[in-house]
Design a protein around this ligand. Structure first.
Ligand code: ATP
Ligand code: MG
Length: 421
């Protein structure tokens, strides 16, 4: 026997029972974006490696350790996108969208990171994300955050917490970086090895180290808030006031810095107490410098991304989705009946009904048993006798009643009942 092939580590199959849930959360997201009049953008999964090197930053884990990069046959370095923002920004610049005014965009789809797989962490995973480009007003921060919050609440998630911080502008961050590095340099020996490395490459990231000893040490470190200019502080206060007005609860978290390099001012995460180690379901923030860094005009921007696997985990532990059932289960047996049934199924589908056609050729009783198991409200039964007279038997699977009908009346009957619920 041939050896069985396996998927790559961290790459997961989603089977029909799971995709029912995914379709539900995708359609809720689509509805929230429609109500806020946000347009969908779809960008390639594969981009030039340089886009992420420049857009995310060489010193980040994502670019430094997690990317799926390879040279294509033309010897160009390509990378499977590890996140959505860089590609969206590239597309917006390349297509000249900003000349038409500010843009409210959303995307969804697979992302790729070479990480250690565990619950809620995969190598191919999926995000739904929002990008507001060309908006500087603190109300845009609040609107973006509210969209994520309302979507998660609408999906029935409980125990959510919005963590909020401000990283200030570039100058603020530089000032803080100097203060933090000076303070940490005197305590290098107390830092974990990862953080020691980051002290040179990306010191702000030390703040969100998951090492408990490092976290304990940081309690007394200089705080980012104290380095904010008056202007940055006032901006942050305006964002908080707007969230207050929307009655969206938040917690200030001065350690929150986020993984990617391009953030400024508002940074936030939405976490769930029910997720364990991988607690963050949504991460986002303002990235005022990125568009320019990728060759576009100076453009303020804010965005977020929701991890769909984590969302699915939370929904599984919370709300129950009603199992799907077809409108009709079609049973047929016999030389004339089977091709006739194929045509009837097609006709009903053409009229918008969901029809499961039994293709087994099993005994009538056996097919009927499967019809009952399918939870369809109706079975349509066709034997050679019915086929000969171009009729069918319609069986109400809840009441047990049967009725002989021609194709026209069958359609009217089913459509009437589908409309009546
Ligand atoms: P983490 O600290 O969990 O690694 P991150 O800061 O790398 O998160 P972002 O780049 O901000 O994550 O991505 C936004 C969201 O995408 C995360 O909050 C999470 O829900 C989800 N996500 C990120 N990486 C993965 C992954 N490898 N598998 C599944 N979901 C992920
Ligand atoms: Mg990560």
């Amino acid at each position: 026997m041939e050896q069985q092939l396996q998927s790559l580590r961290g790459m997961v199959d989603l089977l029909p029972l799971a995709t029912v849930q995914w379709q539900h959360l995708e359609s809720r997201a689509r509805e929230h974006f429609r109500r806020a009049w946000v347009g969908e953008i779809r960008t390639p999964l594969l981009e030039p490696t340089e886009l992420f090197a420049r857009g995310i930053g060489e010193a980040t884990d994502v670019v430094g350790k997690e990317m799926y990069s390879f040279n294509d046959r033309g010897d160009r370095s390509c990378t499977l996108r590890p996140e959505g923002t860089a590609g969206v920004v590239r597309a917006v610049i390349q297509q000249g969208l900003l000349s038409q005014g500010p843009q409210k965009l959303w995307y969804s789809g697979p992302m790729f990171r070479y990480e250690r797989p565990q619950a809620g962490r995969q190598r191919q995973f999926h995000q739904i994300g929002l990008e507001y480009l060309g908006f500087a007003d603190p109300r845009s921060d609040a609107e973006a955050i509210a969209l994520a919050w309302d979507l998660l609440e609408d999906l029935g998630l409980r125990g959510l917490s919005l963590q909020l911080n401000s990283l200030g502008n570039g100058e603020d961050r530089l000032r803080y970086r100097t203060a933090l590095v000076a303070w940490l340099e005197q305590r290098v020996d107390q830092l974990d090895p990862d953080s020691q490395q980051r002290l040179l490459s990306n010191p702000l990231r030390i703040l969100d180290s998951k090492n408990p000893a490092t976290q304990a040490l940081l309690v007394d470190a200089p705080s980012l808030g104290a380095s904010l200019s008056t202007e940055s502080r006032q901006r942050f206060e305006a964002v908080q006031a707007a969230l207050g007005q929307l009655a969206i609860p938040y917690e200030l978290n001065p350690r929150l810095v986020r993984g990617l390099d391009y953030y400024s001012h508002t940074a936030f995460e939405i976490t769930s107490a029910e997720l364990g180690a991988q607690a963050t379901v949504c991460g986002g923030g303002r990235y005022d410098g990125l568009v320019q860094q990728l060759g576009g005009p100076d453009t303020p921007a804010i965005g977020w991304a929701i991890g769909m696997e984590r969302l699915a985990l939370l929904m599984a532990s919370g709300s129950e989705l009603k199992g799907a059932a077809p409108d009709v289960y079609l049973v047929s047996k016999g030389e004339l009946a089977e091709p006739f049934a194929l045509a009837v199924a097609r006709q009903l589908r053409g009229a918008g009904l969901a029809v499961e056609l039994d293709l087994s050729r099993a005994a009538f009783a056996k097919q009927l048993k499967r019809a009952n198991r399918s939870s369809a409200p109706w079975a349509v039964l066709i034997g050679d006798g019915e086929a000969q007279s171009q009729q069918v038997l319609l069986k109400d699977l809840r009441e047990g009643e049967e009725e002989r009908l021609d194709r026209e009346s069958l359609l009217r009957r089913l459509q009437g009942s589908a409309l009546g619920g």
